[in-house]
Structures are given as structure tokens and as C-alpha cells.
Design a protein around this ligand. Sequence first.
Ligand code: C5P
Length: 225
Amino acid sequence: MKITVDGPAGSGKSYIAKGISERLRIPYLETGLAYRAIGYLLLISEEDLQKVSWSAVEPLLRRLEIVPEVGRTRVLIDGKEVKEDLLRSEEVGRAASIVGTIPQFREFINDLFRKLVGEGQAVIEGRDAGTHIFPDAEIKLFITASPEERARRRWKQLREKGMEVSLEEVLKKILDRDRRDMEREKYPFRPAEDAVVIDTTDMEPEESLKTALGIVLKIQNEKSS
Ligand code: C5P
């Protein structure tokens, strides 16, 4: 059984995907971490992100290893595990979304994801898990929330980390990232036609996970009867 969980930044998709993986005890592949790891390597090598191309990205991929496990996705660079915090910054997120505009990267990384999961069970989280990586997945969820609510969640997280940012600034960045993801020429970000949409705008995280688990269990039962 493959379960794809797609959605924009701040929609709550990671909480849901991780929660499904933990409850069902199946591996969790957070695809965004591969994009972030390459974005991070580009940032520390001081590449000009506006000009970045496949030839700069390809050699970096050899240094990267992704390991899906129950409840988490491990990322290794040059054989060493990377601390999650390093990959979760706004700056790395922005670099990741630029990496995502390179079609050869998407084709390469999606092949890698398919090999990692193989015929096995997994929860695959991203932007295109249900449309391009596993179009035949048995269960597809699309998690969304209004841009204002997604910005508010992100702003709250940043404030908790002690960062002084305005809500307007965070909203602007969210809208920029949405635009880059949706308007890229190849593989633009769209929900799969057969995905079940969950709008978490007015939900607490626990409620959104409960809703998602309810849908997963219902589809599983229908398929097995
Ligand atoms: O999901 P997360 O916010 O960590 O992803 C960071 C960025 O990586 C996204 O904004 C998107 O541009 C890109 N990405 C993608 N396709 C994926 C996962 C991430 O384009 N499957």
C-alpha cells in the first residue's frame, strides 16, 4: 500500500504524513528533504542560485543518501547524518524550490524515490508524489489551507524559535514559493485528480491527522473487501 500526501508549505502535510507512518508502522519518505539537502549544498558552496543548472546539481547528488524509516526520513551527506534543523530554514526552503525548477533533477530524484520504495509500503510526502512519483498509489491525499493560515502557522513557528519577522513578510514568502511551485514550466504543482482533499484551515493538527487516518482506513477497508 502506497499513500501519497501532497500539499503546499504550511498546509500541515508533514504532520499528517509522519502521523500516518507512525500509526500504520510503515516507512515515511519526505521528498522535500532531498530538495532541501541539495539546496543546502548549493548555499554552502556559494553557488549563484539564480543561475543554478543541472550541471551544478548532478555531482552533488552522488553525495546524498535518503533513508525512509517509520516516522522519519534520514538524510546523509557524504555518509554523515544531517541535523534536521540545518535543512528546515527559510533560506534552505527557498533554495530547495529553485532546485525544484530543474526538470532533470526532478526526473533523477523521482527515479531514486521509486527505487527506494520499490514494491514496498510507504507514506510519500511532497508536491508531486501522487501526480508524478507514484501516479498508481492506492491512496492519495492532498492537504491544503488558506495562504493566510499557512503564513500564520509559519510565523508562529519562527517566533517560537526567537526570530523577529512580520506576518506580512512570511505571507509574501509563502505566496512567492507557491507561485514558483505552480508556475514552473515542467511538472507544475497540482493536486492529483483522484486525490482526497483535506482543508486544514480551521483544524488543529491532531484533528487533521484524525481526519486523514479516517480516510486512509476507510479506503483500505473498501479495497480489501
Ligand atoms: O516540502 P518542503 O517545504 O520541505 O519542500 C521545499 C521545496 O522543495 C518546495 O517549496 C518545492 O519547491 C520543492 N519540492 C518539490 N517537489 C517535492 C518536494 C519539494 O518541488 N516533491
